[in-house]
Design a protein around this ligand. Structure first.
Ligand code: FAD
Length: 362
């Protein structure tokens, strides 16, 4: 069976890998470069149980376990490691500010209020390396990567039988939409609920081995009044990733044209300088922005597209796309090749759920 996957982010490459493991011919069609968007610019933080009590629980727990297995089995060079995680705040110090414990590498303004995860429950990967690693592992099992822009679908009656690549067509037995926030374009081709892009900014510092493998989730009230939630992830490769400024700027049609909002990087850098003399003194390796794909009800769309045989979608993973990619890939490969997902129940993510809810209401 030949499966065409539109989008070379973490979701598309994870699906390609799991399809290739099961013996299918997977072709990833990527407009720009593998991991060029959120999948290459995100935090890469993983949590076992932070989605417990939500419809994402089983997908997240299965994915957390698969991340560890994939790193072992494939000898992954994407920096998978367990880490402890702490929560706290960045406070403007005054004589009366109570001083809690704080990490030695941070400034005294950073106060830890509690532990959010242990090395049993939280971990990380370097997301660009993980995404490329999935693509390479898929290619090692016969998958193909094609750098091309999907511009439409090839249909025969109700069946989707291929992809239009701006003039040229490519035939396949199934097509998977995994274009992250750009999956919104596919709503012109298929009856899909809307997908939006929520922009986030980040900095990557060359910190060497100064910072311990501990993730920090902080709160900070800017002097101008806005609340920021900086996240700090020291990585196994001697870099430290910090994100914390989001915006609702519009999504450019071309993924290569995503740039930071005016002033956002300066605000984030000022916050990093305030949080730590180590960050203040380290070389900045990347100043970047990307869009996480989100849906109206906050849950991803994963499954067969109604009324279009052979068409599937896997997108809208929001803040947990790197975490939830492995089990999404596994369940999608089962659904496409065996007719049903066995390892993870995909029913909460059914792409037709909004239409079903509308029919029930009325
Ligand atoms: C600041 C930030 C921090 C984050 N931190 C974390 C974290 O710590 N942990 C976590 O689990 N998640 C995190 N996320 C979320 C995670 O990054 C995303 O959910 C995930 O990367 C989405 O992957 P994707 O493959 O769906 O989309 P994308 O990575 O956006 O990939 C979509 C791909 O489709 C391609 N494409 C677009 N149009 C076309 C076309 N017409 N034809 C062919 N290809 C096309 C694009 O070029 C792109 O490569 C974070 C997100 C942000 C923004």
């Amino acid at each position: 069976m030949r499966v065409l996957i539109l989008g070379g982010g973490v979701i598309g490459t994870s699906i390609a890998y799991q399809l290739a493991v099961k013996g299918a011919d997977a072709v990833v069609i990527e407009r720009s470069a593998v991991a060029c968007a959120a999948s290459g610019k995100s935090g890469g933080f993983l949590a076992l149980d932070w989605c417990d009590g939500t419809p994402l629980m089983h997908l997240a727990r299965r994915s957390f376990a698969l991340h560890a297995e994939l790193a072992d089995e494939l000898g992954g060079d994407w920096g998978h490691r367990r880490m402890a995680t702490y929560g706290g705040s960045v406070n403007r110090l005054s004589a009366r500010t109570p001083r809690g414990p704080w990490p030695g590498w941070a400034s005294p303004e950073v106060a830890i209020s509690g532990q959010l995860g242990t090395t049993d429950t939280t971990a990380q990967v370097q997301p660009a390396a993980f995404t490329s690693g999935m693509m390479r592992a898929a290619q090692g099992r016969g998958a193909e990567l094609r750098l091309d822009r999907a511009t439409g679908l090839l249909r025969r009656g109700e069946d989707v039988v291929g992809v239009d690549l701006g003039g040229e067509t490519l035939e396949g037995d199934a097509v998977v939409i995994a274009m992250g926030p750009w999956s919104v374009l596919a709503a012109q081709w298929l009856p899909l609920p809307p997908v939006f892009g929520l922009k986030g900014h980040s900095l990557v510092f060359e910190t060497g081995a100064t910072l311990p493998p501990e993730a920090l989730f902080l709160e900070y009230a800017e002097p101008a009044g806005s609340m920021l939630s900086p996240e700090v992830f020291p990585r196994a490769d001697g870099t430290t990733y910090v994100c914390g400024i989001s915006s609702e700027s519009p999504l450019p049609i071309d993924p290569a044209l995503v740039i930071p909002d005016h002033g956002a990087i300066d605000r984030l850098k000022a916050l990093c300088d305030r949080m730590s003399p180590v960050l203040a003194g380290s070389r900045v390796l990347a100043s970047q922005a990307c869009f996480r794909p989100v849906t109206q009800d906050g849950l991803p769309l994963i499954g067969a597209v109604p009324g279009a045989r052979g068409a599937y979608v896997a997108t809208g993973h929001g803040v947990w796309g790197i975490l939830n990619a492995p089990a999404t890939g596994e369940a999608m490969a089962e659904l496409i090749l065996d007719g049903a997902a066995r390892t993870t129940d995909l029913s909460p993510f059914d792409p037709s759920r909004a239409a079903i809810a509308r029919r029930r209401r009325g």
